[in-house]
Design a protein around this ligand. Sequence first.
Ligand SMILES: *Cc1c(COP(=O)(O)O)cnc(C)c1O
Length: 393
Amino acid sequence: MSSQPENLQARIVEGVKRVLGERAGMVLLHGPEFAGHEWAYVKECIDTAWVSSAGAYVGRFEQSLADYTGAKYAVATVNGTAALFVALQLVGVQPGDEVLIPALTFIATANAVTYCHARPHLCDVEETTLGLDAGKLGAYLREIAKIEGGQCINKRTGARIRAIVPMHTFGHAVDLEGLLAVAQEWGLVVVEDAAESLGSFYHGQHTGTFGRLGILSFNGNKIVTTGGGGAILTNDADLARHAKHITTTAKVPHAWEFYHDETGYNYRMPNINAALGVAQLEQLPGFVERKRRLARRYLDEFAGVGGVRVMTEPAGCASNYWLNTLVLDKSDKGLRDQILGALNEAKIQSRPIWQPMHKLPMYDKCPRMDLSTTDNLSGRIINVPSSAGLMAR
Ligand SMILES: *Cc1c(COP(=O)(O)O)cnc(C)c1O
């Protein structure tokens, strides 16, 4: 039986409450869980005084990340934004270049481009994955771009388009096959923003390992947290070495001499954060399994309810379901906000998707394609509580 639209708000609030059951206090959108060896590992850092970036947990964390994702190399950083900024520099994004990014993303994607003195070029997303629309991007580039001297040039601005940054929204893999083909056709480098998709696989391969470089985030709200942190993933030994070098002030190793051979950054993850990360990664398979069980509950609860759908993993993909997502059939900010108000009122922390980049004052003049799907989606999305801790172990 399908609900009437006027009952939709009540039906959604009732459904989310049923999925979550009785809970004391505010149910967070995404809270961390520290039920493993976190205390022991962090205590060890303090007891041994190895709290900063030279400690052994940093290397252990990197190895665990490489093992889990299948990337040959992982380089741990202070946060995901720093990882993305460094990754873009490493693939040769230069001042004045343009970088293709989704208009519907977290601000860090656009900011990392800006830190390179390059320009975000905003692209539309698909309704199914909420990620970059490869077909639309291909058609757009045929209209506005040309290849000149082996470079992709924007005919309208004269700037070089250097890279594409696909982002796996809420942990659902984007159309990588389509985007890799577009990148290949136009000589663009792919850097994946996999900040939200640790634990998500595209056709059996971990997200963040398809581009020349990929990045992860371990912020407090992500599936695995180090307090704050990030990582660069790559299969390229030279890029991995260079990533580690410039995130550790580009110091040339020597027992006492301070010699730095380029402008580097103090972006290495401290040991105390990495210790937390090692303990968290030990629990990642369990986190993914419980989050997928919670997603199944939301999917079952709203199956057949008219006016709304729950986002599900794309065909051939396995999602970590970082954030569960309700998508209203019709773009209606009024209804969306009423639902958000009612959920938060009921102590169920819920939020809309980000304001699209072209609606922000720093990015409203960026080059962009038609963004009708982005505009339409931004009034239809509600994220609901998704912590692994909501499901029994
Ligand atoms: C979390 C996130 C980042 C990185 O964030 P940090 O807080 O710097 O670790 C980048 N892109 C997206 C899409 C994110 O969600």
